[in-house]
Design a protein around this ligand. Structure first.
Ligand code: SF4
Length: 386
C-alpha cells in the first residue's frame, strides 16, 4: 500500500447502482491473546462510546454512496464485538438501515465464548444479525492457555449451546499448527462440530507474528514439522468431509448452502467498504486501509493508505484467491473479467502443475489436488508470470 494520505477514498467512488459488502471493525478485546497482531485492545466505557460516535461519523461520510448500493453482506469483526455492549452494535446496524436497506443481507458478528451472553445474542439478532462466528481456536486447556485465550473449553461448549439452541447460523474458528497439537486435539474439535451440528467451520493456521508474546517464546515451543502439520489439516478436512462439511476454500468448510457469502465476495474481488481503524475497502480498482489508531479515529483524524491496483495486480490477486477455492480457476470467468485467454497466458505453469498432479482439470476448471493444497504457496508463485 502507499503512504498514509488524508484525501478520502469516498472522493474516488461512484454512486452507480452496485452490490456491496460492509466490514465493521470493533477494536476492543477483554485481554490480548499471545499470538494476536490484530488491531484491538481493552478499552473503558468512554473509549467505547467515543468509538461508536466516530464510527457513525465515518458511515455518514459514505451515506450518499451507500444509498445507491444493494448491501449483500455485513461482517462485524474485530477485536471482539461481543466485548462491547450489544446496544452499540444494534445502533450501528439501525443507522446503516436508515441509509440503505439490509433486507436479505447476510449479517455476521464475531463473538468470543467468554463474552457471549444471551442478552448479546437477543439484542444483535433483533437488530438483524443472522450469523454468529465463534472464535474458539482450541478445546485443549493447555493450548488455550498458551494462546492467552480468555475462555475455557467449558465456555466454548456453553457458547455453542447458547447459539445453536436459538437456531442461529453458526460458524466456529479453530486453529492448526499449534505447538504440541495432536490428532486427538483435532478429534475433539470434530466431535464439537458434530455435537452442536455447526454448519460452518474454519481452520486457520497459526502465524507467529513478530512482536507478539508468542514470538518471544517461539524457540522454546514444540512446533510441528510440515508433515505433522499437514497430517492434522487432512485429518480435520477428511473428518469434516465425512460430516458433509465441504471444503469450499482451503481453510473453510461448510454444509451445502452455509458457505459464508461475505468471504466468498472477498475471494472473487467483489466490492466492499471497511469501517473503523485498520479496516480495508476494495471498490473496483481502488484499495484502501484506514488509519491504525483508535485514538486518532475517535478524534476524527482519519488517514488512509490508498492505491489504485493495476490490471496485473488484480489478475494476480484473482488467480491466487480462485486457486484456494474448491471451484478453482474458471477460464471463462477469467476471460469475461480480464479479456484474456487463460490457457494461452498460463500455458507453462498449467502444463507443469497438471503433470505434477498439483492441479487437476475438473469440468473445465483448474483446481488444486490434495497434493496441490499442501504445496499451495509454491503453486501460486508459478502463476505470477505477468
Ligand atoms: S480475541 Fe481475537 S482480536 Fe482479541 S486479542 Fe484475541 S485474537 Fe486478537
Amino acid at each position: 500500500m502507499n503512504k498514509p494520505v488524508t484525501s478520502r477514498p469516498r472522493d474516488f467512488l461512484s454512486t452507480r447502482k452496485q452490490d456491496l459488502s460492509l466490514y465493521i471493525h470493533i477494536p476492543f478485546c477483554t485481554s490480548k491473546c499471545s499470538y494476536c497482531d490484530f488491531y484491538s485492545a481493552p478499552g473503558d466505557s468512554a473509549a467505547v462510546a467515543g468509538y461508536f460516535r466516530a464510527l457513525r461519523g465515518e458511515i455518514d461520510d459514505y451515506a450518499d454512496f451507500l444509498a445507491t448500493k444493494d448491501i449483500v453482506s455485513v461482517f462485524i469483526g474485530g477485536g471482539t464485538p461481543s466485548a462491547v455492549p450489544p446496544s452499540y452494535l444494534r445502533d450501528v446496524l439501525c443507522h446503516i438501515e436508515s441509509i440503505t436497506p439490509l433486507t436479505g443481507a447476510e449479517i455476521t458478528t464475531e463473538a468470543n465464548p467468554n463474552s457471549l451472553t444471551s442478552a448479546f445474542v437477543d439484542t444483535v439478532t433483533e437488530a438483524g444479525v443472522n450469523r454468529i462466528s465463534l472464535g474458539i481456536q482450541s478445546l485443549n486447556p493447555k493450548l488455550l492457555r498458551l494462546l492467552g485465550r480468555a475462555h475455557t473449553a467449558f465456555d466454548a461448549h456453553a457458547a455453542a449451546e447458547l447459539v445453536t439452541s436459538r437456531g442461529l447460523n453458526v460458524s466456529v474458528d479453530f486453529m492448526l499448527g499449534l505447538p504440541g497439537q495432536t490428532p486427538s486435539d483435532i478429534d475433539a474439535t470434530l466431535d464439537f462440530v458434530d455435537r452442536y451440528d455447526i454448519p460452518h467451520v474454519s481452520y486457520y493456521s497459526l502465524i507467529v507474528e513478530e512482536g507478539t508474546p508468542l514470538y518471544a517464546m517461539r524457540d522454546r515451543l514444540p512446533f510441528l514439522d510440515d508433515e505433522a502439520d499437514r497430517a492434522l489439516y487432512h485429518r480435520a478436512s477428511n473428518g469434516l468431509c465425512h460430516m458433509n462439511r465441504r471444503s469450499y476454500e482451503l481453510s473453510n468448510f461448510a454444509k451445502p448452502g452455509f458457505e459464508c457469502r461475505h468471504n466468498r465476495r472477498y475471494w472473487t474481488l467483489e466490492n466492499y467498504l471497511g469501517f473503523g481503524p485498520t479496516a480495508a475497502g476494495n471498490i473496483d480498482s481502488l484499495r484502501y486501509k484506514n488509519t491504525a489508531s483508535r485514538e486518532a479515529y475517535i478524534k476524527g483524524e482519519l488517514t488512509y493508505e490508498m492505491e489504485h491496483l493495476s490490471t496485473i495486480d488484480r489478475i494476480n490477486e484473482w488467480l491466487i484467491l480462485a486457486l484456494r477455492t474448491s471451484e478453482g480457476i474458471d477460464p471463462e470467468a477469467f476471460a469475461r473479467r480480464f479479456g484474456r485467454n487463460f490457457d494461452a497466458v498460463y500455458a507453462t505453469p498449467l502444463a507443469k502443475h497438471l503433470k505434477r498432479r498439483t492441479i487437476a482439470e475438473e469440468h473445465g476448471r483448474y483446481v488444486l489436488t490434495d497434493l496441490g493444497k499442501d504445496l499451495a504457496n509454491t503453486v501460486e508463485l508459478d502463476f505470477f508470470t505477468l
